[in-house]
Every structure is written in C-alpha cells, then in structure tokens.
Design a protein around this ligand. Structure first.
Ligand SMILES: [Zn+2]
Length: 500
C-alpha cells in the first residue's frame, strides 16, 4: 500500500508591505486567517462556502491569487465528481449552468492584476475549452508554457485539446476586435488622460502619481527601488522635475511610444525622482478591472448564446470527469475488490532451479479497461517489470541468486497476479494496493487530493505506484529510505488539476 500526502496549498504571497502600521498588520493577519478558512472548504470540495470567503477577501484586498482561487471554485462548483457535491446549492447570480462564464471572469480579473499568473492563464484555457473554443484555449495554455516551460498542466491540456480538435472539427468563434484592442493596450486610457491634464496643470502631482502607482501595482512597470533611494528621498515627495512633464506631454500627444514613456517613468522611480507611497488605490484599480471585465463578459455571453443556438457539441477539456464516470458505470468490470479478501484461489508462481540460479516466473493478467482512456498506462507497465527484472535477488535460505520474470498469461485463471488500474475508494489517501506473493495488484488512476474534485494522476505517478505495488506482489515490505521505491509514501502529481 502506498499513501499520499495531501497537496499542501501554495502559500499565498501577500501584498508587498511598503508601509507597516499596526492596523495594516492586523488586516493582513485577518486576510491570512480568511485564506486558510477558504482553503479548508476548498479541499473538501465545498466550493460554495469558499467562494463566500473569497468574496470577503476581494472586498478589501483584491489580488490575482484570490481571483484565481475563486475562479477555480466557480469552475468546479457544477461537478458531480467532487468530495461534496453541491449541485442543489444555487449561489445567487452564479447559476449552475453559467459557472464557466463566471469562473472565466475571475481568471480575467486575476490576469488584469498579474498578466503572468500561470494558474489564471491555465484557468482561462480550461474556460475557453469548456466553451468548445479549443483554439483560443490553446493560446492561453501556450502563454502559460512560455512563462513556465515545465508546466505539465498546460502541456497536458494542449495535448488533449489537439486530440479533441482532430476528433471533433469545429469552426472557431472570432474574438471581437474591440476586445483584442483593449487587451493589447497595456496602459488604460484614463492614465493617458491624466498625463495630459497634469501637463496642463489641471490635476495635481498626486493625481498623476496615482496613475503611476496603478501601473506599478499591475506590474506594467517593474521598477527596482533600492532602500537607499526610498529612505533618502522621503522629504521631497512632491517634486517632479520639469522635463518629466515634457515627457508626459509628448506621450499624451502620441509623439513618444508607450514603451519609451514607461521606461522613462521606470527610470524616475528607480532614481527616487518619483516617490511611490506604496498605497494601493484599490478603488481605482477595482473600477478599471470591472470595466474591462465587463467587456469580456459581453463576449462570453455571445459564446454562451452561440452554443445554445447552434446546439454545439462540446468535449470537456479535462478528461478526469469522463474517466470517473466510466469506472462508476461498469464498476464490477473494472474493479476486483471482490478478490481482495483472500489470494488463496490464485495459483502459486513457478520456481525453477537451473545452473545454481532460481528463476521465479510470474504470470500476469492485465484487467480490462474502459475504451479510449486519455492516458496509456499499459505501455508504462513494461518499465515497472523491467525495473524488478533488473534487480539482484538472493534466496535467504541458501544465498543463491534468484531472477524474476514477468510473462503474460493466456488465461485470467492461470495468472499469479492480476494487474488493474482502478477508480474506487482504496481508503483515505491510498494510491495503490497489492497482495503479498500473488493476487490482485491495483493502482488508483486519480484522487481528490488536489482540489477537492476527482483529478487524474500523471502517467509518471501511476507508474511509480505500480512499480511499488508490484514490489509487494513479489513479497517485499516497506523500507525507511525515502529514495527507495518501497518507501511507504509518495506525493502524487496530477495531470489536469490547475492547482497541481
Ligand atoms: Zn506499499
């Protein structure tokens, strides 16, 4: 048997602290408290409860992680394959038939704050995929891969979407041009207006700096401010040199590019000529985010309408839910738990002694599996066999060498071991199970430990568990060395879980 550790939640990086006051620290402590409360519900699959807490956090401290978590919670809300199925719970405006749309709006907001948020990018990919817009979905997964080239989630989704596109050719919906334009424009229009007004003395330095603060908050400019700059310049906070005014004037008149303006501003901040207070103007940021998200929502409403009008078939991009359904539907066919009580009915393995070497031959039978599983584990089985066949064995009684060999059995009844991949409850956090010496070897294909809904493990995780369980089948017990395949615990990886 092998157990997993529940996925530890990623630690939320809290907002950078520029000004530390008691009230501020209290608020941070309160937010951390709320975040952990939300996580507990989330991991139990009680998404509706976690969403209420995320809303509370977003009221005071909107950040990309919270938007992303809320997005995932909304996306998962409609699934039957969760630890706590809550289909009957209607969440105010989040009607269950439209949770994908609402989830995508949250991912969109997260990306408004941090365009490099890989989880939010993957969330957008999953969202577009769930609308049957596979091409648009792939764009987001590819963007995520660009930022994090080793992200197996993005890669797995791209691979799966390509299979879907081949199987179900479709006509992609064109993204509205105005939306492309808004998204391309990294600097919101109001900042440009601010800059123009500021050069005409219609607004104060403080108002202008507020716009700059917004650009820094959204990581549109990433100035590196040294502590010396920050402390030595605190006295002349409202002095902005005149040439900056010229710069802003040219930019607002379109004489210099966004990039040139941004790099000039970045230079000024880094050299202490513009002092940022670090205060978050959440009102301005929130309004701007809401405004852009509204435009995005109109686009999604059109997608929803199109699906309805055309009766479009959509293959859901995460195959985990399909897999669990197949296994539940034909439970008896794929699960051998009826044979687990005793292995007496299994024939004994053959041992021959030739030229001073014991040859232990295992006849195995691979159990039936549902057709067209998204991942092929049978092909990795050979690697598990190879691993054990390559080991040096000794007979404890006479010290002579032994060799094991796995051979496929022609009949199920003639096999010493039955190998099967299952989706059933093996016990809390249990990944696999095997009988000593002979009998059933079963390995779980997925579990609930990532985000509270059923998620498939990676091929690699399943292969490791299979090798471990085959070890038991050969008669081996657990060892204390964490590097050994017979170590009793393993932290599993998931193929399609956004929180992997
Ligand atoms: Zn074990």
């Amino acid at each position: 048997m092998i157990k997993n550790f529940l996925k530890l939640f990623f630690v939320f990086s809290l907002i950078m602290v520029f000004i530390v006051g008691t009230a501020y620290a209290d608020e941070q402590a309160n937010i951390s408290q709320l975040v952990s409360e939300a996580e507990i519900y989330f991991m139990k699959g009680e998404y509706a409860k976690s969403i209420k807490i995320y809303d509370q956090i977003l009221e005071t401290a909107p950040d990309s992680e919270t938007y992303t978590m809320k997005g995932i919670a909304l996306h998962n809300l409609r699934f039957q394959s969760t630890l706590a199925h809550q289909a009957q719970e209607i969440m105010g405006k989040y009607e269950l038939t439209a949770t994908n749309k609402w989830a995508m709006i949250e991912f969109y907001k997260a990306l408004e704050i941090d365009q490099n948020d890989v989880k939010a990018l993957n969330g957008m990919g999953l969202g577009f995929g769930s609308f049957g817009e596979y091409e648009e979905a792939k764009k987001y997964f590819k963007k995520a891969l660009k930022i994090d080239p080793n992200n197996i989630i993005s890669q797995n989704y791209i691979n799966h979407l390509e299979k879907i596109e081949k199987k179900f050719p479709y006509e992609p919906t064109e993204k509205p041009a105005f939306l492309e334009k808004i998204e391309e424009n990294k600097i919101p229009l109001w900042i440009k207006n601010n800059a123009a007004w500021w050069t005409q003395d219609k607004i104060s330095d403080t108002d202008f700096v507020q716009g700059i603060e917004y650009l820094v908050q959204k990581k549109i400019i990433n100035p590196v401010v040294s502590d010396t700059v920050r402390t030595t310049n605190t006295e002349n906070t409202d002095v902005i040199p005149n040439w900056v005014r010229n710069n802003a004037k040219w930019w607002s008149a379109g004489l210099i590019s966004d990039e040139e303006f941004l790099s000039a501003i970045g230079y000024l901040i880094e050299n202490g000529l513009i002092i940022l207070t670090g205060e978050k103007n959440s009102e301005v940021a929130k309004k701007e985010t809401e405004r852009i998200a509204w435009n995005f929502e109109q686009y999604l409403i059109n997608l929803e309408k199109k699906i309805k009008d055309e009766g479009k078939y959509i293959e859901y991009p995460n195959p985990s839910a399909e897999v669990i359904k197949k296994y539940v539907r034909d439970y008896q066919k794929y699960n051998y738990d009826g044979y687990l009580d005793t292995n007496e009915n299994f024939p004994n393995r053959e041992v021959t002694f030739i030229d001073d070497v014991y040859y232990v031959e295992y006849l195995y039978h691979v159990a039936d599996q549902p057709a067209s599983l998204p991942q092929d584990h049978v092909s990795t089985l050979q690697r598990s066999f190879d691993f054990w066949e390559a080991q040096e064995w000794y007979n404890v009684d006479d010290g002579k060498t032994a060799k094991v060999k796995f051979t496929e059995s022609n009949t199920r009844s003639g096999a010493n071991v039955w190998i099967t991949w299952v989706v059933r409850n093996l016990g809390e956090n249990v990944l696999g199970h095997a009988q000593l010496g002979k009998g059933v070897v079963e390995v779980a294909l997925g579990g609930f430990g990532c985000d509270g809904s059923f998620q498939l493990y990676t091929i690699d995780t399943v292969e490791k568990v299979m090798t471990h369980e085959l070890g038991h089948s050969l008669g081996l017990h657990h060892v204390n060395n964490p590097n050994s395949i017979m170590y009793p615990t393993l932290n599993p990886d998931f193929s399609y879980c956004l929180l992997n």
